[in-house]
Design a protein around this ligand. Structure first.
Ligand code: FUB
Length: 336
């Protein structure tokens, strides 16, 4: 081998190693091997977060900024289970560029074992309440806790020191994971409600302090309810979207009152690519409506257990019903 050839071989080896490092670990913290560059340079591209696996999105608009909260899928490649030890927070002022904030670990809840499943953050009187699903240390099954902060990006701390809802408080099903996926909504009169559940959709009023239930736990009967309720309001209508069947589509119901009756409408989103869950959040930001969900589309390890948050537009028909979401790889345009 000539000296020149040896040099070229070495340079090509270094270039390949740098390329591999660059694609797998550009910032030193990348977990996914994503090439999800949008084919439209004016759009954000989906998934919107590619350096970590993100699942179960919830979003909050506060002071002209969108805060995106997600569970962190940490299941190693070639394994198939939910491994989630923390939640992640991102913010954006254009829906396309996202800044990552400090993660929030499930260990912040001393009474919880693990399992940073779906969560939802809401603001009340300048405080931010983050309702989370975890596994309880002493009471068999999943439970719902709540953390509080003075800023939407934290730092958050356990607001009660114990669970808000535990599996032994509900007896509608025999499964131990039926108390998951909190979604909180504050009605125009100031009354707060928490919705949650798997298999059976449950809801209750919250006291003004946001950390105690206020009254009985009630149920809502909707076709093929699986999990992931989300409430939003537009004009006179309340919308209750939820994960439908399994693998999950998203479906929705409408009502003129937060207490129902809810009228089932239609499928809102089809099964999301390469993921058997399809957990949605719906927000209005800068006069546009957005549908935020997850799929398993990041190559090569994306899956039902290594999911990624995506964002597409949500549109309404003239009668207030929702148009079916069109999932795209281009994603949404940056908004000003
Ligand atoms: O991420 C764990 C669970 O999967 C969530 O709590 C459900 O909504 C489903 O997405």
């Amino acid at each position: 081998m000539t000296h020149k050839f040896r040099m070229m071989t070495m340079l090509s080896f270094i270039a390949t190693a740098l390329m591999l490092l660059g694609s797998c670990n550009p910032s030193g913290k990348t977990e996914s091997n994503a090439d999800t560059t949008s084919s439209d340079p004016h759009k954000a591209g989906n998934p919107v977060i590619t350096h970590k696996y993100t699942a179960d999105p919830a979003a909050l608009v506060y002071n002209d900024t969108v805060y995106l909260y997600a569970g962190h899928d940490q299941c190693p490649p070639n394994r198939n289970h939910y491994e989630m030890h923390e939640w992640l927070v991102f913010s954006s002022t254009d829906m396309a560029n996202w800044t990552e904030h400090e993660p929030f670990p499930v260990s912040a809840f001393e009474w919880a074992i693990d399992d940073a499943w779906a969560a939802h953050t809401i603001e009340r009187d300048g405080k931010f309440y983050w309702y989370v699903t975890v596994s309880h240390k002493n009471i068999h099954g999943k439970a719902i806790g709540v953390a509080v902060a003075d800023h939407p990006a934290g730092p958050f701390k356990d607001a009660i020191g114990e669970a808000l809802i535990t599996n032994d408080m509900t007896h509608h099903t025999d499964i131990s994971w039926d108390d998951i996926d909190p979604a909180v909504f504050i009605d125009d009169d100031g009354q707060a409600y928490i919705f949650w559940g798997n298999t059976v959709l449950k809801y209750a009023k919250l006291k003004d302090n946001m950390i105690e239930l206020d009254g009985p736990i009630k149920t809502i009967d909707l076709p093929f309810f699986t999990e992931a309720p989300w409430i939003h309001k537009r004009g006179d209508y309340y919308y209750l979207s939820y994960a439908y069947q399994f693998p999950e589509k998203t479906a929705y119901a409408m009502s003129k009152s937060i207490e129902g009756p809810w009228e089932y409408k239609d499928i809102l989103n089809e099964v999301a690519g390469n993921s058997n869950t399809n957990h949605q959040a719906i927000i209005k930001y800068k006069n546009k409506w957005y549908f935020i969900y997850h799929n398993g589309s990041i190559p090569t390890a994306g899956s039902s257990y290594r999911r990624s948050v995506c964002i597409d537009r949500l549109h309404y028909n003239a009668d207030g019903t929702l148009k079916r979401v069109i999932m795209t790889t281009e994603g949404v345009e940056a908004v000003k």
